[in-house]
Design a protein around this ligand. Structure first.
Ligand code: CP
Length: 306
């Protein structure tokens, strides 16, 4: 890979995505053997810079970097000089001055990672920017699918939930369609962003239509922190009319993967039975997350090591 930053799957080619997934699969095999000491990032420094809460993404980037021998610093905006008024650009310049090599950033504003990337010498990885993109999440979802299916081309993925506020949905749509999959979407009309069909999604009129014959069914979190307009009456009604349950999953292919990026609102987007059921790959998605982030960090920095 010959790019400085990973800001979104919109700009990555199918070949670049394939390169990340191929290396990610090798990394996942090592993790399954409990191998957590690799030399790929020896002498490198990685900073996670999070302006929003996170468990999976921040922790897995940190572990991915540490498993490959990097020095890791974690900055939370809530406890940093951001609270004293320091700008994102000045924060980035400060990290550059410390000879930091990679910044992994999560920010509530779409486009913030791009602004940072333009300003700093360090590689920038977008760990989620507002409602724009969450590329490493979609890559880990695709890694989970590819490990099971061998190839993503020709498969059908149904995505149900809060698509409007979801950076995960957009990154998956870009990535999956580039690799030849079909993406169906279903949500209350108030949670479907204008133009998502023009971006390649097939909008469906019902849960049944979305899930019929699908190879994977992905629930998306209802983003309570981003709901300002009463987009649906109540969580109970959302679960009843839009959630994924055992009856709806029967419309999918037998053994279809049940997926969710997490954190999940149990009983809202997915029933507890599906989350913990045999076809759920939600915990495996978490392991894929470390593997794919190892691949991302190595591929971005490897030219300098060679
Ligand atoms: N899926 C995801 O981004 O989870 P976190 O918010 O816990 O990082």
């Amino acid at each position: 890979m010959k790019r400085k930053d990973i800001l979104g799957l919109y700009e990555l080619s199918a070949e670049e995505i394939d390169e990340i997934l191929t290396l990610g699969l090798s990394m996942k095999k090592l993790l399954r053997q409990n191998i957590k000491k690799l030399p790929h990032l020896m002498g490198k420094s990685v900073t996670t810079l999070f302006y929003e809460n996170s468990t999976r993404t921040r922790c897995s980037f940190e572990l991915a970097a540490k498993y490959m021998g990097a020095h890791v610093v974690n900055i939370s905006a809530a406890s940093s000089s951001v609270q004293k008024g320091e700008t994102l650009v000045d924060t980035g310049k400060t990290l550059d001055a410390m000879k930091n090599d990679v910044i992994v950033i999560r920010h509530p504003m779409g486009g913030a990672p791009k602004l940072l990337a333009r300003t700093v010498k360090a590689h920038v990885v977008n760990a989620g920017d507002g409602m724009n993109e969450h590329p490493s999440q979609a890559l880990l979802d695709m890694l989970t699918m590819r490990e099971r299916w061998g190839s993503i081309a020709g498969k059908t993925v149904a995505i149900l939930g809060d698509i409007s506020h979801s950076r995960v949905a957009k990154s998956n749509l870009y990535g999956l369609t580039k690799l030849g999959a079909s993406v169906r979407m279903y949500a209350p009309r108030t949670l479907i962003p204008a133009g998502i069909d023009a971006m390649g999604a097939k909008l469906c009129a019902s849960r049944e239509e979305a899930v019929e014959g699908a190879d994977a069914v992905m629930g998306l979190r209802i983003q309570l922190e981003r709901q300002h307009a009463g987009n649906f009456p109540s969580l109970g009604e959302y679960a009843k009319y839009y959630g994924v349950n055992e009856e709806i999953v029967k419309y999918a292919k037998p053994g279809a993967l049940v997926m969710h990026p997490g954190p999940v609102n149990r009983g809202v987007e997915l029933t507890a039975g599906l989350i913990d059921g045999e076809t759920s790959v939600i915990e495996d998605q978490v392991l894929s997350g470390i593997a794919v982030r190892m691949a991302i960090l190595f591929l971005l920095t490897k030219e300098e090591i060679a």
